[in-house]
Design a protein around this ligand. Sequence first.
Ligand SMILES: [Zn+2]
Length: 551
Amino acid sequence: MLRVKILLFVLAAAVLSGQAPDLILVNGKIWTVAERPPTAEAVACAGGKILVVGSSAEIGKLAGPATRVIDLGGKLVVPGFNDAHVHFFIGGAHLAGVQLRDAKTEAEFRDRIAAFARKLPQGRWIAGGDWDHENWTPARLPTRQLIDEAAGDHPVFINRLDGHMSLANSLALQLAGVTRKTDDPPGGTVVRDAQGELAGVLKDSAQAFVERVIPAPSDDEIADALKAAMRYAAENGVTSVQDMSASPDVFRVYQKLLARGELTVRVYGAQPLGDWQRLSAAGIRAGFGNDKLKIGLLKGFADGSLGSTTALFFAPYLDEPKTSGLASDEMIPESKMFDRIAGADAAGLQITVHAIGDRANRTILDMYARAAAADPSRDRRFRIEHAQHLTPADIPHFARQHVIASMQPYHAIDDGRWAEKRIGPERAKGTYAFRSLLDSGAVLAFGSDWFVAPMEPLKGIYGAATRRTLDGKRPGGWIPEQKITVAEAIRAYTMGSAYASFDEKIKGSIEPGKLADFAVLSADILTIDPAAIDQVKVVMTVFDGRVVYRR
Ligand SMILES: [Zn+2]
C-alpha cells in the first residue's frame, strides 16, 4: 500500500511539474539493486533522472508526444556500471593510437601506419603501436626505410609490445639528433645496418633519445584519447569511472568536454596523495564538483605488484626467497605516508592507497586506524585499491574500520594462472577474498584497472562469480570458496562503487530521483549459468537519460 502511495505521489509530482518523461524503457527486467522493488518491468526518465520505476502498463501510460519509448523485449537492465579504478587517458591513448599488435606482415604493418597517418592532423607524432615482429616471416626487425614514406610528415616512434625497443622513422631520428655518429648509451643499443647507418630501432635505454623530444600531448590529443575511452566505456555499459590518473592536464580536458556537453561518462578524478596540500590550499574537499565531474580523491602507493615480485608481504616469495617485496618510495620512511594520510584526512579529502601484498595492506589499515582516531565519527570512506592479498586476521578490519575494498575481479582470473607458484597455496587463500570481505560486512567496490585489464564489467562479474582462470585450468574456480553471486558482483560494480565515491544517494541503483544511467544486457546474467557470462554483451547504454550506445 505504501508503495502505491509513493508511486502515486511521484507520478503526481511529475505531472504537476509538467514533466512528461523524455525516455521510457518498457517490457524489460529491471534489476534495480534497491531493496524495494528488487525488480520491475519499466522505468521512466526525464531531465537525466529517473522519474518512476514500475510495471510496463503503469509506466507506458506516462508517455507524452515527445517521449521516446524503447521496448526492451524482455532484456535485463542494470544500473550503469561504475568502474571504481581506471587509468582513462592512458587506456584511451592506446585505443586512439595506431594498432600494430596483430599486424601479420611487414606490409600490413607499413599499411596500417600509412592509413593512420592520413587521418592525423599535420605533423602530429605517431607513438604506441605495440608491434611484434615475431609474428612475421621472416621475423626481422622493421626499419625506418620501411615506414618513412608511409608516415609522411609525421614523426614516428612506435614501441614493440614488450616496451624494450621502439622503431623511429628518419624524421623522428633527425628531430632527436640521433645520427650514425651517435654512440650506444649505457644499457641501450642504437641498431645499425650493415653499412653502419641507422636502422631505426632503438633498444632499451637508447629509446630515451627520441622519447625526450616527443612533445607532451596537446589538449586536442588528450581529448581524442578520452573520447576513444568514452566510446569503449559506453560499449560496455560503463557510465561512471573513477580515474586513478586524473593529472592536471587530463582534468583540464575533462572540464572542456564537460563544458562542450561531450562527457558521456561521469568521472571522479584522483590526484597523487603527495599533492594533497595543493588541493587543500584551494579549498577542495572530497566530492568537489558535480554529478558529472568530481575531484577530491587522493591516491597513494604502499607497494608494487605481484607480477614483478614487488608486492610487499610478511613472508618471502616462494620463487624468489631473497625478497618479500618492496615498500613504495612513498612509504620510506613510513611516517611520511602516515603524515600525508593524516593531513589529507584532516583537510576533508578522501584517501585511497594501492596495496597488493598482505603486509602493505596491514600497514595501511593500521595507518587508517591511527588517522581516524583523531575524529572517529566522521564519514571519511578510506579505501584500499586492490586489497589483493589479505591475512585472515586483517579481513574483518575492512568492515570494522569502514575501509572500502576497491577490487578488480578480472585480475583474480588473470593472476590466478600463476600466483600460487609465487606465494603458495596457503597464502593464496586470502587472495581477492570477495566472499570473506562481504561476509564480514565490508563494502566492495569493483573496477577493472583498465588499461591493465579490459574495462568490461561483465568480464569482472564473470570472474567474481566463477573465479575461472583465463587459461581454463580451473573450471571449478580458483579458491572457489571466495566466489560471490552474480547479484553481489553487480552490486559491487554499481552501489559499491557509488558508495566509494560518496554517490550512493544519486546513483548505483534504479530508483526514482537517481541519475538515469543504465546498461541493457543481451542475456539475463542473474539466471544463466555464470560460466556463460563471458559471452554476454551490453546491447544498450543509457547515460544521463540519453542512449549513448546501441549494439
Ligand atoms: Zn591501477
